[in-house]
Design a protein. Structure first.
Length: 406
């Protein structure tokens, strides 16, 4: 019987290694999201209630604004530092490991904070630390995942939110856990997700020539992709922080502790639902090369969910509309991550450029709360939801103007 050529075995082995690395990277990214999502969506608002009382809305807004500024600067800085490390032959994993340790220390600082000022300072330190994790982490994806697999990789990134939401639900369900225990468990779970990636050997893939004439085209397209994501992320930043208060506004008869418990389940469903959809659509985008229409369709779904949240009159109605929103937004963000990484114009500055792209995550942290503060009241979020829906659709329209790589 004839044996398959050795090259076929080599190709299969390479495919297996690529698949394993994608899964390890997806686990690490889930660890990075675990590092901030349970804190910023639920544990932090609860902590703010404890230290600020009736001034909770103003204190939380101050924390979000200060944190967004710290995250914006630190993500670019750590991206640039990881670029320098690659240039010197050391790789990005050292910065990644240091960020995990720093994040654990920042969690300890938040646990002992007893006043609004102390909590603001602790959250700023946390934002610096967690961005020392996220900046090199995403640059590793740009460096080591081939363009032909970036759609699937982007889809797998959607796994992060359900994992983080599941942890949030578990922390809420475990009523015997105190605040300190919860703030200890989160960084431990984060480290467990990231350590396997730290143990892998860097395997950079082929990149475009930094002197290529495509550079100007990529910069233009990257600017359009940046703007589109910024518009879409304004809604995400507002809901990320104020979802608990929004649900209180549509269900005024429910006790806050009941809303908190139900919110954990809602987040788990909302972030799990998009996972298989994002992976399938990411694979289709890899094969067809038609990513932009899929991105636009995702913004339509997200905007529909926001309109549903504006007209909801009950906890259940608001929760269902939120799930619709997260499905569209999660698919958009997963596809956008892979789309934008293929537009980076200079392989020598991937970390820095991704840090600039990350401003579309942090600047909305200033815009979203500002819009919410201006348009919403503790009992009425209708107007802000409609404005966020319009901004989301604008983002979808802008992405259609980018030509993208072929």
């Amino acid at each position: 019987m004839a044996r398959p050529p050795a090259s076929r075995f080599s190709a299969r082995s390479s495919d297996r290694r690529s698949t394993v690395f994608l899964l390890i990277f997806a686990l690490a990214y889930a660890g990075g999201v675990v590092g901030y999502l349970p804190l910023l969506t639920l544990l932090l608002p609860i902590k703010v209630d404890m230290v600020a009382g009736t001034d909770r809305l103003g204190t939380l807004t101050a924390i979000v604004v200060a944190g967004a500024v710290a995250a914006s600067v630190s993500n670019i800085a750590f991206g640039w530092l990881s670029d320098r490390a690659v240039e010197r032959g050391r790789g990005r994993r050292g910065w990644l490991g240091g960020g995990v340790i720093a994040t654990a220390i920042a969690y300890a600082a938040m646990a002992i904070a007893a006043t609004p000022a102390e909590l603001i300072l602790a959250v700023v330190a946390f934002q610096v630390a967690v961005n020392a994790v996220l900046a090199p982490l995403l640059a590793i994806m740009a460096d080591e995942v081939p363009d032909a697999q970036k759609g699937v990789a982007g889809g797998l990134l959607a796994m992060a939110n359900p994992v983080a939401s599941a942890l949030t639900a578990v922390l809420l369900a475990a009523t015997g856990l105190g605040e300190t225990a919860r703030l200890t468990i989160v960084p431990l779970v984060m480290a467990c997700g990231i350590v396997p990636l730290l143990l892998t050997t860097p395997r950079p893939v082929a990149r475009i020539d930094p002197t290529s004439p495509m550079k100007a085209v990529l910069r233009r397209d990257l600017a359009l992709a940046w703007t589109a994501r910024l518009f879409v992320q304004v809604a995400g930043s507002a809901l990320f922080v104020y979802l608990f208060y929004y649900l209180e506004s549509v269900a005024p008869t429910l006790a806050p502790v009941t809303i908190a418990a139900r919110m954990g389940t809602v987040m788990l469903v909302a972030y799990t639902l998009p996972l298989p959809i994002a992976v399938v659509i990411g694979r289709f985008a890899d094969r067809s090369g038609r990513t932009k229409p899929l991105l636009f369709a995702a913004t339509i779904v997200a905007a529909a969910g926001l309109v549903g949240m504006a007209v909801a009159q009950s906890f259940e109605g608001g929760a269902v509309a939120f799930c619709i929103y997260t499905t569209g937004a999660s698919v958009f963000l997963a596809l956008h991550a892979s789309f934008a990484m293929q537009l980076l114009p200079n392989p020598l500055h991937r970390g820095r450029d991704l840090g600039l792209l990350n401003l579309t995550n942090t600047l909305p942290g200033l815009l979203g709360p500002t819009l919410t503060w201006a348009l919403a009241t503790p009992t009425d979020f209708d107007a802000v939801m409609l404005v966020l829906a319009a901004l989301t659709l604008c983002g979808g329209g802008i992405i259609l103007a980018a030509r993208g790589r072929r």
